[in-house]
Design a protein around this ligand. Sequence first.
Ligand SMILES: Nc1ncnc2c1ncn2[C@@H]1O[C@H](COP(=O)(O)OP(=O)(O)OP(=O)(O)O)[C@@H](O)[C@H]1O
Ligand SMILES: [Mg+2]
Length: 423
Amino acid sequence: MKSLRNRLVLLLIVAIVTVVGLATLAAGLVLQPPLPQATMEPVARQLHVLADLAQRNRPEATTAGVTLQAEPAGGPEIAIMSRFLTEAMASTGPARVAIVTEAAGTSVILASVELGPDDWVVAQIPDLRPPPGRWWALAGWIVLIVLGSTAISIFYASKIIRPLQLLEDAIGRIGPDGMLPKIPETGSGEVRATAQALNTLSSRLKSAVDSRMRLVAAAGHDLRTPMTRMRLRAEFLPQEAEREKWFADLEELDAIADSAIRLVREEVGSDNREPVRLGQLIDEIVAELVPLGYKVTPPSPVSLPVSAGPLALKRALRNLIINAATHGGGATIELSRAGGDAVVTIRDRGPGIPPDLIANVFEPFFRVDAARRKTMPGAGLGLAIAKEIVERFGGSITIVNADEPKGLVQTVRLPLAAGEENP
Ligand SMILES: Nc1ncnc2c1ncn2[C@@H]1O[C@H](COP(=O)(O)OP(=O)(O)OP(=O)(O)O)[C@@H](O)[C@H]1O
Ligand SMILES: [Mg+2]
């Protein structure tokens, strides 16, 4: 009941039912049927005329068609009508006992008026009772109103809520890169306006991000020239130890500038795809990293052919494996199939990433702790680059903290090459 749509539905139902209920009540009060006493009196007067005639001149009354008999008419008595008729007789003439009955097997109502002992006038009178089943009719009327108003309310509430729902859907589909997918600009005026506003926002965001990326690339590129000059100057430093430190720093700066340029290149680049054997690719990465001192446990061999650019994919996986080996103290790689996907899982037993920061890991230049920079060089671009590449080949990366044993679990899913989905 918390959603706006449900509240609107409820509001509309309550409003409609209340208005119709009040209108019915008012109509019921205004259109009241006349009181039974009021309708009974004319009947009682006519019965008095018949009774008077019968008492005055019996043969004439019989010839005129008045029914005279020794007992009241048979059939079940309608007690309430008997009471009203007897009261009406008393108020319109001499008090005479009247019995109202329903002739058996018919809906004819007969009134029997007592003239004396064993002497009754019997005449047909109109049925003044309320029609049968009126409570059912009222219940049906209420059910009809509630059902009708529910259907109308749901329909209109959904229509009213549509722009908001569009907004909610759009926000739900915001990718990890913060980009909104394009929303179709169709439907009613408000829906179109909402979709247009969202699309404009999305394209402005995209151009802002693009220009930021260009800035990153330009900065990376422009750093190269002063760095070359510094390297030249460092060559002339007299002390060997000092010179080595300068070179190490310059190398790190170079790597950062290089990553920045590469990230932009990955964002706009489109490698040619070719069949890649994931297991083999990972073996190559492991063979490259182990001699450099990274602690990496390779996966057991599984045949997982995917379609991707081998160099780019290698760079992406290398970034993840290096992260696990450096930030996590050692990488353990597993390969598996899940549905139509190849899955690479890279685990480590390091500190993981604080839960409040884990949503930002793919942002360029994100680093958990800038202070760690001294011990662990890096630009904070490795994951941004990896994500860019994997998504370009139709895959996805997820990064979660593991509790038992503690560490980080990085999972890459890539669609298996066509025709390889079933082992
Ligand atoms: N396996 C991990 N365990 C703990 N923290 C990690 C792990 N992987 C990444 N991180 C954190 O996420 C940050 C971003 O990682 P990313 O790979 O993007 O950059 P980096 O490793 O710092 O630099 P580089 O650009 O050289 O890769 C890291 O600085 C680190 O703080
Ligand atoms: Mg890294």
